[in-house]
Design a protein around this ligand. Structure first.
Ligand SMILES: *Cc1c(COP(=O)(O)O)cnc(C)c1O
Length: 349
C-alpha cells in the first residue's frame, strides 16, 4: 500500500506553516506577537492564556495514548472528529476529480464535508440488515476513489458493521478506509483502534462528544499509522486545540471510570427504552442498538415528531434519509427523560 500515491500533489508538495510555539515554549517569548503583559480573560488554572497552545498536542496524545494503550505518535486531535473528517478529505481528494464512498443511511457529515470540498460522493447502500454490502462497495469504487467512510456503530441505524467485511475491504482496496467509532463505547466491542496501528490505509476516528459527555469542548481524534498522522499535522490549523479544551479533556481521561459508569447507565436505559418501544404495537420496527440512541419506525413520523416537539421533547426525524423511511431517532436520556418521552409518544401513537 503506497499512501503517498493516494495523497493530493499539492498536499505532498505543501510547505507547512511553521508556528512560533512549534520551536519554542519557554524563554523570553517575543516571537508570536502575543500580549506579554497578560490576559484579560479569567485564567483560573494558570494556563497562560496570552500564549498560543501546543501545536503538537503533546498532553492529549500522551494521556489518551496511555489510556488506549496506543503510542501518542499514532494519535491526532481535531476540533471534534468532524474536523478530522474534513482534513482527511482535503488531504486525499482532489476537488472536482476524486470521489468518496459512503454507505447510506449514515452520518450526514461525510457528504457535507465532501460537498464543501467539491468532492463527489458515491453511495454504496447498506443492505437490508443495514450492514455492509461488499459487492455494492466494490462496484462503487473506481480509479478516482480515495476514501471509504464507514461508521460503526452506524448513525442512524445504531448497529456495529461486520468486522470481517471491513478487514477484507481494507486489505483489497487501494484507498483510505475511515471507520468512525463515535459510538464504540456503547457497543461492548473494542473496535479497530489496535488494528489501525498495523494497517497502513486504516484510520479510526473517535470523539469525546458522546460517551465522555464533552460535546461542548469540541475534541475528537483519530488513530492511524504515523504516515497519515504526519499528513494531518501538516495540514491542520497550527493551534487547532485550545488550552482549556486540552487541559479539561486530559483531566477527564484520568477519570475514565466516570465515563464507564455513564456508559453502564446509558446501556441499561437503552435496554429499557428498546423493550418499551418493542412492546408498542403501533411501532412498525425498532432497531437493536449498539449506540446511545434508538431508531424506530412509525406510520406518521412527522406527526409524531411535531407532537413531541410541541410537548418540549425533541428527537430527530430521520425519515427523509436514504432507505430510512418512517424512522425517528431518539437519544437515550435519563430515566425521567425516557419515561416522559414514552408517555408522550404513547399519547400520539
Ligand atoms: C456525533 C458524531 C460525530 C461527532 O463528532 P464530534 O467529535 O462532536 O465532531 C462523529 N461521527 C458520528 C457518526 C457522530 O454521530
Amino acid at each position: 500500500m503506497n499512501i503517498e500515491k493516494l495523497v493530493r500533489n499539492n498536499i505532498l508538495n505543501l510547505k507547512p506553516y511553521t508556528s512560533a510555539r512549534q520551536s519554542h515554549t519557554d524563554g523570553i517569548l517575543l516571537d508570536a506577537n502575543e500580549n506579554s503583559f497578560g490576559t484579560v480573560a479569567e485564567d483560573l488554572n494558570d494556563l497562560d492564556f496570552n500564549r498560543y497552545p501546543d501545536p503538537y498536542q503533546k498532553l492529549l496524545r500522551k494521556k489518551t495514548g496511555d489510556y488506549l494503550g496506543i503510542p501518542g505518535t499514532n494519535l491526532f486531535f481535531g476540533v471534534g472528529s468532524d474536523e478530522v473528517i474534513d482534513l482527511l478529505i482535503r488531504i486525499f481528494c482532489e476537488p472536482g476529480k476524486d470521489n468518496v464512498i459512503v454507505c447510506e443511511p449514515t452520518y450526514g457529515m461525510y457528504k457535507v464535508a465532501c460537498d464543501i470540498n467539491n468532492v463527489e460522493v458515491i453511495n454504496a447502500p447498506l443492505n437490508e440488515k443495514y450492514d455492509l454490502d461488499y459487492d455494492a462497495i466494490h462496484s462503487g469504487v473506481n480509479e478516482n476513489t480515495k476514501i471509504l467512510f464507514l461508521c460503526s456503530p452506524n448513525n442512524p441505524t445504531s448497529n456495529l458493521l461486520d468486522k470481517n467485511i471491513i478487514r477484507k475491504l481494507t486489505a483489497e482496496l487501494n484507498l483510505i478506509v475511515v471507520i468512525d467509532e463515535a459510538y464504540i463505547d456503547f457497543s461492548g466491542d473494542e473496535g479497530f483502534a489496535k488494528e489501525a496501528l498495523h494497517t497502513p490505509n486504516l484510520v479510526v476516528t473517535r470523539t469525546f462528544s458522546k460517551a465522555w459527555g464533552m460535546a461542548g469542548l469540541r475534541c475528537g481524534y483519530c488513530i492511524a499509522q504515523e504516515e497519515i498522522i504526519g499528513l494531518l499535522f501538516k495540514v491542520k490549523m497550527p493551534y487547532n486545540i485550545n488550552k482549556l479544551t486540552s487541559m479539561t479533556v486530559a483531566k477527564a481521561v484520568d477519570n475514565a471510570g466516570v465515563k464507564d459508569e455513564y456508559v453502564k447507565e446509558i446501556i441499561e436505559q437503552r435496554e429499557f427504552l428498546f423493550d418499551e418501544l418493542k412492546n408498542n404495537k403501533k411501532i412498525i420496527n425498532v432497531l437493536p442498538s449498539d449506540a446511545n440512541f434508538i431508531s424506530f419506525k412509525v406510520e406518521n413520523p412527522h406527526e409524531v415528531y411535531n407532537y413531541l416537539e410541541k410537548n418540549g421533547i425533541i428527537i430527530r426525524d430521520r425519515s427523509g434519509q436514504f432507505n430510512f423511511q418512517g424512522y425517528l431517532r431518539v437519544t437515550v436520556g435519563t430515566p425521567e427523560e425516557n419515561k416522559l418521552f414514552l408517555k408522550k409518544l404513547n399519547e400520539i401513537l
